[in-house]
Write a protein that binds this ligand. Sequence first.
Ligand code: LMR
Length: 329
Amino acid sequence: AGGLAMLGGLAGLTGAAPAWAARPELLLRFSHVVAAGTPKGQMALHFQRLVAQRSAGRIRVEVYPDSELYGDEDELEALKLGAVELLAPSLSKFGQAGLPEFEVFDLPFLFDDLAQVRRVTQGPVGRRLLERLAHQQMVGLGFMDGSFKQMSANRPLRTPADFQGLRLRVQASRVLVAQMRALGAEPVVLPFRETRQALARRVVDGAENPLSNFLTQGLQAVQTDLTLTRHGYLGYAVVSHPRFWDSLSAPNRELLQQALAEALEFGNRLSAELDRQALAQVLQLPRLRVHALSGPERAVLQQAAQAVHQGFEQRVGHGLLAEVRRAIA
Ligand code: LMR
């Protein structure tokens, strides 16, 4: 209950402390690119609340949503420079940062449901991936589900022929670029914060998003058709910087770790719940045409996208891919 109001109603809420608030002993700036009402935005605010309560105000988390502090093109750099302490980039964004194995999550039609994703992120593969972040000066603190992505454009996208000639926005992931090409479209890499305007100006024709991002960005105003392809997964990793993380006292680190674990669980529950509610919501939008795919239609798209799996075995790692496939089989 209240989830839908949340999607719209909380947009614009920053969670930053008012200027008069007393100076805390420890400050964590948590920057992300989506709306405050999304599952990720709500997870960050839940984390903020838990930390405030449990530290009795000693530790303050300031949450900066909507790319208002940094966008996805510069947030990793900001973390390295010490301008923020926490980020929750989508897994698709780590490939560009020298960690191509994270792009395994972008492989189209790899996961059927969130239970399969969990078996990967919450198991040995997930642990190793979080550890890998240390190679790029990050501390991996946990995974959070976004949801499955749906395709939008100004026409239905039921068959590979429908994708022909369309310019579709993707995140900066080589797998996603290849996915759009395999489907017949021309991929255009754009930061999240530029996507809505690029759609409005017809610089790009369409995009792929989980429904919570579609709705909170107001993409129904700039797209006429939403096709329920559920072709790929979008998830997040919460990261900090070792310079900051290692400087924490053991009790503070424990408090933060525990609060984050709970916030991530909260976020995961909300992801699933808001995705269901968002589906009901898009079906009622008067000017949006929503298309469900038949089984055979989806199979044809899946077949077209399948080449991407072979093409990227080497980039994401043969062993890793095999392990992921075993975990979800
Ligand atoms: C995107 O760029 O489409 C997503 O990564 C945004 C997000 O963080 O959900």
